[in-house]
Design a protein. Structure first.
Length: 292
């Protein structure tokens, strides 16, 4: 009698393994160690019609020569830290690339963003790198590069930052990629997109007093469930501007102003003193201010 053999159930692949297998399958269409330049061109032609995909490419195939920030110093703690991180964990945020055809008809892979990661990966000894491939038309890749570079500027105002995220979202960059690429939390990206959708009248108030409207204030406001009118009112209040015009003050505020004016008139104070007192009370928000 033949002995029964028991087999252990097949191990279920993790999400990371599934993604890696899918990316590697795509990479086989691009990379063949035994192939030459002609084979590479054939594989790039196959990739040309695809958009918004992640593929593994030979690292030397990605052109970064057009980037002006090619200086990379392993003696610099930040640069060294990036190299060590890549050696330990790999490249966590895929560089953004696109395919470009030159005047002779040959395709090349042009890096749009993530140049520093590619240089660090080379220093770390990687021979291939996963890249996010996007297809652009009419030179729109220049717009994308400008948006990405703006987001990476430390001095960029939070409102401008939010609008850059929103434009990339409109260009088809999924939010998970934005989170990974810029190393931001889901909450940060979602609030930025929410800020970008505020009314133009609200944004105009913010732009006129950028220093007052910090990222902390805007993100706090974006965390609340408010209508556009409520957001606008909160922004006006933060700017010290009354939402009510001279002819449409609330009864309570109008009465308060009249009482103060009457009291000062009874004291027979000079007009300049009365004006100064009114200004102090207004600045302290004890009475409303006329909208300017």
């Amino acid at each position: 009698m033949k002995a029964e053999t028991t087999s252990s159930p097949a191990r279920r692949k993790s999400l990371a393994e599934v993604v890696e297998a899918r990316v590697s399958a795509t990479a086989n269409e691009i990379q063949d160690p035994t192939g030459g330049a002609d084979d590479t061109q054939v594989r790039l032609e196959k990739l040309l019609g695809r958009d918004n995909v992640e593929v593994v490419l030979p690292i030397d195939l990605v052109d970064i020569s057009h980037n002006v920030r090619l200086d990379f110093d392993t003696a610099n703690p930040d640069d060294l830290s990036l190299v060590e991180s890549i050696r330990d964990k790999g490249v966590l945020q895929s560089p953004l690339v696109t395919l470009v055809r030159n005047d002779e008809g040959f395709l090349s892979v042009k890096c749009l963003a993530g140049h520093r990661r590619i240089v660090a990966a080379k220093v770390a000894g990687l021979e291939s790198i996963a890249c996010k491939v996007r297809k652009f038309s009419d030179g729109s890749e220049h717009v994308i590069v400008a948006l990405i570079e703006n987001i990476q500027r430390k001095e960029l105002h939070p409102l401008d930052l939010a609008e850059c995220y929103f434009k990339l979202d409109l260009e088809g960059f999924d939010r998970e990629y934005l989170e990974r690429f810029f190393d931001k939390s889901r909450t940060t990206v979602l609030r930025a997109l929410k800020i970008a959708k505020w009314d133009d009248r609200t944004k105009d108030v913010i732009r006129k007093d950028r220093e007052r409207f910090t990222g902390r204030f805007l993100n706090h406001l974006a965390s609340k469930k408010l209508t556009n009118d409520q957001v606008h009112a909160a922004v006006l209040q933060h700017a010290g501007i009354s939402k009510l015009s001279t002819g449409n003050r609330t009864t309570r505020n109008l009465e308060a102003v009249k009482r103060v004016e009457s009291y000062m008139a009874n004291l027979t104070l000079p007009q300049e003193v009365q004006d100064a007192v009114m200004k102090v009370l207004t600045d302290l928000k004890l009475i409303g201010r006329v909208r300017v």
